[in-house]
Design a protein around this ligand. Sequence first.
Ligand code: NAD
Length: 261
Amino acid sequence: MSLTGKTAVVTGSNSGIGLGVARGLAAEGANVVLNSYTDNEADHALAAEIAQDTGSDVRYIQADLSSASKSRKLIEDAGTAFGSVDILVNNAGIQHVAPISDFPEDKWDAIIAINMSSAFHTSAIAIPMMRKARWGRVINVASAHGLTASPYKSAYVAAKHGVVGLTKVTALETAGESITANAICPGYVLTPLVEAQIPETMKEYDMDRETVIKDVMLARQPSKEFATTEQIGGIAAFLCSDAAAQITGTTLSVDGGWTAL
Ligand code: NAD
């Protein structure tokens, strides 16, 4: 498979899963737009590093995806820079954990905006470009929490279920146009964000690292193993391949059996 000549925008890709996906698509030859809300030297250096490693054209475009207009502008800017956007990976996301009765309104609004609404706004601009090119891939990074729930994650679970619904509608509206839309639903993936939670949880439960990982973090993940960012990158690349041309409107669980329980 080669994605040479295709351009991918991966939202929220200066760390974690987004970075894994960006690396995976660049390794297949795609031009890649990295994105986050920051505009640091390190962000641009990361783009240069991936370009160096893969030989692909990789550029960093800053955009705060809590804003509808900035979400739309990111795709317009990527289209201007590369001529089109062929692959859109909606990955940016944040989390906040609190009971519904105490859930801060501003956190609710931010999670719905970044984790769900931005995917609607980016898709609205990218789909016409894909139609023009007669080929496209929309990949929404949802979550096992797009299919199941946990207490204290009201905004996150609502947003991720919303993303799964948006994915199905996107697939139906683009069916028969060589455009597919699918959601990847990871369980726990070992990202810097998750890694950083391990020491605090070890202290809180007075447990060693191994026990925290198996009995607390991966309590609902039967494989008792994290998925990796490289695996999610590989799945995104697969969804862009010809083999996946008839996979549309569905969810791919990458959760070690969580949603089979
Ligand atoms: P992460 O914190 O490493 O990555 C999140 C990315 O989103 C970062 O690049 C961050 O800069 C970006 N981002 C945050 N707010 C933004 C904003 N306002 N505008 C633009 N970018 C913004 O976390 P991650 O674990 O890699 O998560 C990536 C996605 O995967 C999220 O949607 C998350 O919900 C989902 N996910 C993660 C896991 C997991 O276990 N790590 C499991 C299921 C789903």
